[in-house]
Write a protein that binds this ligand. Structure first.
Ligand code: DON
Length: 305
């Protein structure tokens, strides 16, 4: 497996030149655009890695499935489902332009920013700081790494360049789907996106989603199997944003990308995969990362379709 991963890194490294670093959060543009790494944990618990798989980068949107898991663990499926929808477009089949339609929970999706900001309100805790600490604790547990923390520079950069997310949060508030102080909710969201992880951490999280909630090694059941099914289904339809359809064809497994260059992929009952390559395509997905996953999927016949 290690040789295969090293070959993937070699073959896909040139694709880092086809992407651009995220720059709408200025701190992210300081990353090395040529960085590339991959880490895999197979069903028997074996780890293999290649490239810069131990380097830390911010989790960004890959925190969304963890937020969703914690919201499910705290409230159950029916409650969460009633507040944040699960549809990829949230629009009717004959929609032309729905921008003037009333916004309601059915139009939200936990894998895009507005839905994720709404999910921060569902996490249990007396304060938003406490909600965030519970999210961080779950991330550490799923990643198998108690040393995980927040990248303060990225957090401050998100805070000071967060106008679009503020607009999304105020939209939620104006439509009666957010009742708390907007800045408190956003502080939790910005901190969540700024959690710093490695490819190995992401592979651990992916493994647990691939194995119905059991963490590698101890086999401890962290969340019920039906939550894994719920999250994996949404990752399949929406995890790569408006690139999810193409990703389903090219790779064919549930996955989540982040603008820090990470991708977490879940191969049901088989493996968890963590990827890092921060040069992104126009949709915010890692170019070389998708290249590695596509080649891996075809080598090992991973597609679920
Ligand atoms: O809120 C944002 O825009 C970022 N903190 C996260 C977006 C993101 O990772 C999109 N992923 N490809």
């Amino acid at each position: 497996m290690k040789e295969l991963l090293e070959q993937l890194v070699r073959e896909c490294a040139p694709y880092t030149q086809q992407g651009q670093l995220a720059n709408y959060i200025p701190e992210l543009s300081k990353a090395d655009p040529r960085a590339i790494g991959v880490h895999i944990i197979t069903a028997d618990g074996q780890h293999s890695g290649a490239g810069r798989d131990q380097e830390r980068f911010t989790i960004q949107s890959i925190v969304k499935p963890i937020l969703l898991l914690l919201a499910l663990m705290d409230n159950g499926m029916e409650f969460v489902r009633g507040r944040v929808g699960v549809e990829a477009t949230g629009k009717p089949f004959d929609a032309i332009n729905s921008s003037d339609q009333r916004l309601d929970s059915e139009h939200l999706n936990p894998m895009v920013n507005m839905g994720a900001i709404a999910m921060c309100t569902l996490i249990h805790g007396d304060t938003y700081r406490e909600k965030f600490e519970r999210l961080l604790a779950l991330t550490r547990k799923l990643a198998g790494d108690e040393s995980i923390g927040v990248d303060e520079a990225v957090y401050l950069s998100e805070q000071s360049h967060g106008s679009k997310n503020r607009a999304l949060a105020y939209m939620l508030k104006s439509h009666g789907m957010l009742h708390d102080n907007v800045e408190d909710v956003l502080d939790c969201y910005f901190r969540a996106c700024s959690i710093s992880v490695t490819c190995e951490n992401l592979a651990n999280i992916g493994y647990t989603l691939a194995h119905q909630g059991q963490i590698p090694g101890s086999g401890e059941q962290v969340f019920p199997a039906h939550f894994a099914r719920y999250v994996n289904a949404i990752l399949t339809t929406c995890g790569m944003y408006d690139g999810s359809g193409e990703f389903a064809i090219r790779v064919g497994v549930p996955a989540k990308s982040g603008v820090g260059g990470g991708i977490m992929a879940v191969v049901p009952s088989r493996m968890g995969i963590g990827i890092f390559a921060p040069a992104l395509d126009a949709k915010g997905n890692s170019v070389a990362g998708t290249c590695m996953l596509e080649k891996l999927s075809s080598h090992l016949n991973l597609s679920i379709f």
